[in-house]
Design a binder for this molecule. Sequence first.
Ligand code: KIV
Length: 270
Amino acid sequence: MVSVRDVRAKAGDEPITMLTAYDAPTASIVDEAGVDVILVGDSVGNAVLGYETTVPVTFEQVAHHTGAVVRGTENALVVADMPFLSYGTDEAAAIENAGELLKEAGADAVKLECGPHTIELTRRMVELGIPVMAHLGLTPQHVNQYGGYPRQGTDRDGAERILELARAHGDAGAFSLVLEHVPSNLAAEVTEAVELPTIGIGAGPDCDGQVLVFHDAVGLSEWSPSFSKQFGDVRTAMQSAVSDYVEAVESREFPADEHGHVEPDLDELY
Ligand code: KIV
């Protein structure tokens, strides 16, 4: 079983691999491939639940999908993403929610989209035994404030803010840091400056690890961001399997004799 200590220890030695998953069969595929960390991202909203953004995703939905991923995982570290407003408004409620993801859903750690408001919360969670993965740069729960998904840290002030927040969350005890959609040179600088491992998405090659959304990586998404890469074409494979099924049923080719059975004793009844 991969632990948060293993993730920390891998940094600077070997690249850390992380992918999202939202259900048990996908988690088992990802786990069997040897991925270090499985993230039950609030990207479940876009990837699985048909929402345009992650804003509508509820705590109950993340807890439900986390349980499924945990049941499908044997080795990887499972990190549950805390959805919009399940933290950040009230410390006690945030800790209770994070605790439920660990105690009831079985996650190993939680991820928080971070800002100045999550520094003390990270410290408190870590003190209580809840490992925290921080997330800086593009934080999609701010989509309404950004008016889209713009690259972050592109000017000196923005870059310094990300660097400061990275240091502060490292000091508060976060065990790793996702850097999303920031310039590669900023990600390299942050990776050099902080002790906690950085895991990049759209953040260039110099982070300690990389993360992608499963549906983008295997080619199941209809659309994926330019910083993502498709390593397969699962959508075409699924479309072709479903078309073959429809054709086989319509032509009465399926089910064939081998897909059913005849009970000889019943012959007398007919
Ligand atoms: O929700 C998610 O999938 C994420 C990753 C893109 C890091 O936050």
